[in-house]
Design a binder for this molecule. Structure first.
Ligand SMILES: Cc1cc2nc3c(=O)[nH]c(=O)nc-3n(C[C@H](O)[C@H](O)[C@H](O)COP(=O)(O)OP(=O)(O)OC[C@H]3O[C@@H](n4cnc5c(N)ncnc54)[C@H](O)[C@@H]3O)c2cc1C
Length: 416
């Protein structure tokens, strides 16, 4: 009989087929191991159950705050851990290994909300919010997407109008993680001059309403929310001074996409580790299924993709530490690691046979969660278009009708 998922898991060491461990510093290994130990002890035992019940595991927040994951690569001046970006990435991968929902919580809290305040906020805003958010004592959300503005945030409709020495915001946001229990919402809105800006709205603002999106089949243990803002008045100092137009969103997204790339790696690693252990123990036709060529091919595809993603991830972290990680590179990173995680999860689910669809084995949970990750932080298509523009110089986001359609049905090429 094949072992329980618990036995299977503890029998396996972290995947490192090509020896990437030697590329890490002592401190980076230590951060990874501490987070791994926490995830094994606190997160994995409760993750599937919360996912099944679509409940957010609030009990895990103090431990995550204590570990230093939130804003992990930011300076200790703001109560953050001050890790290298590689250490921060390794920590994210470990959390994602345990729960894609919890790593999504992290991307919103740390990658988006804290990053917006850190990169675009005033010194007062940073001092006020970052230390509490680093400890998960204060929760943030980040509202960019709207019902009619997803991949194209430049078309967003939320407005901010100057009034009574502050601003009044009106509009809706969709898909916003953590908003239903947030202390602070980072909200993007259009000013009267047509430019985008960004505001901090406190969760108890009387004009700020949230509704958790029901019936999700991905990311079930973390809540995304529909926000309605009706006459939300905020003081003048609630505006982030560094938010100056659509380009400022990219400053934040470049940071959060970096974290999401590591997320894909962590979920892929867990799927592979589970699959490898399972195939060694599961016997059919008189032998462990790991001894069959077709099964080995799937395992090799997984470990090959994971190894390449590991190298890419560490390189991205080193570039980020050097201040040289540009938006197009990070788009390729997110696109690659999440797409590879999607393939890996599907292969792992396959080699687990019927057990692959049981939540007990966690692979199905990852597979479903990766679908959400594939779409957020720039869909795979949008990140492809960003990289495409970087290498060709042509921006291929918007449709323009062909000039001079020919009678034979062929259209003239459109010049940029
Ligand atoms: C689990 C989850 C959590 C999220 N959390 C947050 C959050 O906390 N805060 C926040 O602001 N947002 C959040 N989002 C929203 C997320 O950023 C958007 O879902 C994403 O940007 C895509 O927008 P959309 O869903 O409206 O899809 P659309 O933009 O409508 O895209 C639909 C399809 O069209 C494709 N497409 C769009 N434009 C082009 C084009 N020019 N060329 C080719 N193909 C194109 C897309 O790739 C996709 O396949 C979250 C989403 C999910 C699923």
């Amino acid at each position: 009989m094949t072992s329980t998922p618990e036995r299977t898991r503890s029998a396996v060491r972290p995947v490192d087929f090509i020896g990437v461990d030697r590329l890490l510093s002592e401190e980076e290994r230590q951060v990874r191991d501490e987070v791994r130990e926490f995830v094994d002890r606190e997160v994995i035992p409760v993750a599937a159950d919360h996912w099944d019940r679509a409940e957010f595991p609030f009990d895990l927040l103090p431990g995550l705050g204590e570990l230093g994951l939130m804003g992990g690569s930011y300076a200790t001046d703001y109560g953050c851990a001050g890790w290298s970006n590689v250490a921060y990435g390794l920590a994210i991968a470990e959390l994602a290994r345990g729960s894609g929902s919890m790593s999504t919580f992290l991307h919103v809290q740390s990658g988006l909300a804290m990053a917006a305040i850190h990169e675009l906020g005033s010194e007062e805003q940073k001092q006020r919010w970052l230390p509490g958010m680093a400890k998960c004592e204060k929760i943030g959300c980040f509202g960019l997407t709207e019902p009619d503005a997803g991949s194209d945030p430049g078309s967003l409709d939320t407005t901010a109008v100057e009034k009574d020495g502050g601003y009044v915001l009106n509009g809706e946001k969709k898909w916003i993680g953590n908003a239903s229990f947030c202390d602070v919402a980072v909200i993007w809105a259009r000013m009267e001059d047509g430019k985008l800006s960004c505001f901090l709205i406190e969760g108890d603002n009387p004009g700020f309403h949230t509704e958790v999106l029901p019936r999700k089949a991905s990311q079930r243990a973390v809540w995304q929310t529909h926000i309605t803002m009706k006459g939300c008045h905020v003081p003048a100092d609630a505006r982030l001074p560094g938010a100056k137009g659509l380009g400022s969103t990219l400053t934040v997204l470049t940071h959060s996409r970096y974290g999401v790339g590591w997320d894909g790696l962590g979920q892929a690693m867990d799927c592979y580790e589970t699959a490898l252990a399972y195939t060694k123990e599961r016997t059919q036709f008189g032998s462990p299924i790991a001894s069959y060529q077709l099964v080995q091919q799937k395992l090799v595809t997984m470990v090959n993709e994971i190894s390449l993603s590991q190298l890419l991830s560490i390189h991205m972290g080193r570039l980020k530490d050097a201040g040289e990680l540009d938006p197009a590179t990070v788009s390729m990173f997110k696109m690659n690691n999440v797409a590879k995680a999607r393939t890996t999860a599907a292969l792992a689910r396959d080699v687990l046979g019927g057990n692959g669809i049981l939540l007990d084995y966690r692979v199905m949970e990852h597979m479903a969660d990766i679908e959400g990750v594939y779409t957020y932080e720039g869909t795979n298509d949008v990140n492809t278009l960003i990289v495409g523009q970087a290498i060709t110089g042509h921006r291929a986001f918007s449709y323009r009708p062909p000039k001079n359609p020919e009678p034979n049905g062929r259209a003239e090429e459109i010049a940029e």
